[in-house]
Design a protein around this ligand. Structure first.
Ligand code: 1ZZ
Length: 598
């Protein structure tokens, strides 16, 4: 549709350092996709089901009708060509991280073994580097096709007719979540889910779809990996849906020099770009006030932030640091979302200064959010970023452990319903009913909900996310959110620390608090005991908990997901089996947990 409406408009440009900057107009993107579609049909033709077989399958279950195609692309433009070509062929695209030569790829392996792909799409260089000795049968056995080796040729037949075969209920994406590799979960996202969520994002952020050739106001920048829902849908598909232009960068390019992200936003005049909280923090830390002032960020309208807890401190630091660059604090939009709901669930509205709520810390540990004023003691106050209102066609219920809806201000699990909720996990009927078919107690008419496993509350119609059910640390009947304790440790260690994790580990009676922190290689061995004492004291001061164990380790030792979130459960397991490589470890007697003093 976009290629017909404005064929010559640039759709995508990829920039990486000083190298070439390949780019595709909408017409070129469309032609590349059709050429590849024809090649795939050629490769797969004999393997696809006949029309009568297909009808029989469709009548039983639509998902079984389509084969899966694994996408293995390095950052660049080939990924999106492969992605759309799969959709045109009615193959389900499965984005995965791309294999790095000589490295084990457990996430790629587990997704491939789970979805059993019928085709593998990659660029020629990646295919040439695939090492059969390191990769399993699931990755090496299906037919392979190098998208960049497909020669341009005449387009046979009517390209639009290809799209007529696609039903809204067909799967348009199998999105593997960033959970444990031993328990892969591919979220089945239908075309209808994708379109509903793209439209919801458009509505939430006050964006509009370009409808004519000379209306091109949308310009985006993304360095987010396209195998993650935020990078794929938020970073790539949304701008294409709107008819805009996206400048893509590799995640590595951003991480090695964060200023590149902001400089690209400034030079392209991008209106939309976003990232998880840590990226905004990194920009403040790595850029001087002078560097910040050289940029022009005044045209940045939607700086979305989500995917991990949003710290109001980051929000303020970023807005202050880049005020001289013309950054408007009301561009900062906290969002909440997850792959199981396609992407966006709730967001604060564009052009509202990101609201926040101050609540009483003690009440929070009792499961209640009680707003307090500015005169409330600082160490008894927690300020939470507001994730705004549910997006279009999404219903949010906060549900108590007994399955009943919570009252306003009461913390419970976030349950969701609506047109963006995915069709379940691929071949996981063991958990699908429980996760995607949850019911409110005594209200069968309310229908089925997705259980997110996240905790939050509503206040004045706005959602506030406070943590995840399974990560909660419960000590002596009080709930503690690991993020809060981790923030204290971060404050205590400052930039000597890269990451930390707070988890509940088994104690003599019940559970106790363990903390693991990665400290910089440059931190002197002799100073480690005093760092531990400092952490311990700060955690007691701010949370009234005496940790039972504090481990200082090297950077990279804490397990993280592909999207950079700390894996607390995995870290807890490593701790309990004594497998964290400690540089320095302190623990107090397990018997002390019997005592009454905290
Ligand atoms: P994933 C134009 N989480 O992270 C572009 N948000 O999915 C629009 N925890 O399945 C882009 N506070 O990997 C809009 N605010 O992880 C982007 O992450 C909207 O625990 C953000 O269950 C979408 C993020 C998608 C994402 C989901 C998990 C959640 C939750 C955590 C996400 C959070 C947050 C705290 C938030």
């Amino acid at each position: 549709e976009r290629a017909r409406l404005h064929p010559d408009r640039p759709a995508l440009t990829f920039i990486d350092g000083d190298g070439p900057t390949p780019s595709l107009t909408y017409a070129e993107l469309h032609d590349r996709v059709i050429e590849l579609t024809q090649r795939i049909e050629g490769v797969m033709g004999s393997r696809r089901p006949t029309a009568s077989q297909e009808r029989a399958v469709e009548e039983s279950q639509f998902a079984a009708a389509a084969d899966r195609a694994l996408l293995l692309f390095p950052p660049g433009l080939e990924f999106i060509v492969g992605f759309f070509a799969c959709q045109y062929c009615r193959l389900i695209p499965v984005p995965t991280c791309f294999p790095k030569p000589g490295r084990a790829m457990p996430r790629l392996e587990s997704a491939a073994a789970d979805c059993a792909p019928a085709l593998l799409l990659a660029d020629a260089e990646t295919l040439a580097g695939l090492d059969p000795a390191r990769l399993s049968h699931a990755v090496t056995s299906p037919p392979h096709l190098a998208t960049d080796a497909v020669q341009p040729g005449p387009i046979a037949g009517n390209a639009a007719a290809l799209l007529d075969r696609i039903e809204p209920t067909d799967l348009g994406l199998l999105q593997y979540t960033s959970g444990s590799t031993s328990d892969p979960k591919g979220v089945m996202v239908s075309h209808a889910n994708l379109l509903t969520n793209l439209e919801s994002i458009c509505d939430a952020f006050g964006l509009h779809r370009s409808r004519s050739a000379d209306d091109h106001s949308i310009s985006a920048v993304s360095w987010l990996p396209p195998f993650h829902d935020m990078g794929l849908i938020g970073g790539l598909l949304e701008a294409i849906y709107l008819g805009g232009h996206t400048t893509l960068m590799s995640p590595r390019s951003f991480l090695s020099k964060p200023s590149r992200w902001l400089a690209t936003i400034a030079s392209t005049g991008a209106t939309i770009s976003g990232a998880p909280n840590f990226a905004f923090e990194l920009c403040v830390d790595r850029m001087t006030a002078d560097e910040a002032a050289e940029l022009d960020l005044s045209r940045w309208e939607v700086a979305f932030c989500g995917a991990e807890p949003i710290a109001v401190e980051t929000l303020d630091r970023f807005a202050n640091h880049f005020a001289a660059a013309g950054f408007r604090s009301n561009a900062y939009i906290p969002c909440y979302g997850l792959a199981e709901a396609t992407l966006l669930v709730a967001s604060s509205r564009s052009n509202h200064s990101a609201p926040r709520l101050k609540i009483d810390r003690d009440e929070l540990t009792m499961g209640r959010a009680t707003p307090v004023g500015d005169d409330h003691p600082r160490n008894q106050t927690r300020t939470i970023a507001c994730c705004g209102e549910p997006c279009l066609d999404t219903r949010i219920e906060i549900v108590c452990p007994d399955g009943r809806p919570c009252l306003d201000g009461q913390i419970g699990e976030i349950w969701l319903q609506g047109g963006s909720i995915a069709q379940g996990y691929w071949q996981r009927d063991d958990i699908n009913a429980e996760r995607f078919g949850a019911r409110i107690a005594n209200d069968a008419a309310a229908g089925e909900f997705l259980r997110t496993g996240d905790l939050g509350f509503f206040h004045d119609g706005n959602l506030y996310v406070t943590g995840r059910c399974k990560d909660l640390i419960i000590l002596r009947g009080r709930n503690h959110f690991p993020q809060d304790i981790e923030a204290t440790v971060q404050r205590a260690l400052g930039d000597q620390m890269t990451r930390c994790v707070a988890v509940a580990t088994n104690a003599y009676v019940g559970e106790a608090l363990s903390i693991v922190a990665e400290v910089s290689r440059h931190t002197d061995e002799d100073s480690l005991p005093s760092l531990v004492r400092h952490i311990r004291r700060q955690v007691i001061d701010e949370h009234e908990i005496d940790a039972r164990q504090i481990v200082l380790t090297r950077p990279g030792a804490i397990p993280v997901t592909t999207s950079g979130k700390v894996k607390r459960a995995a870290c807890r397991q490593l701790l309990e089996s004594d497998e964290i490589p400690a540089r320095y470890e302190w623990s107090r007697s397990i018997l002390a947990d019997q005592g009454t003093s905290d």
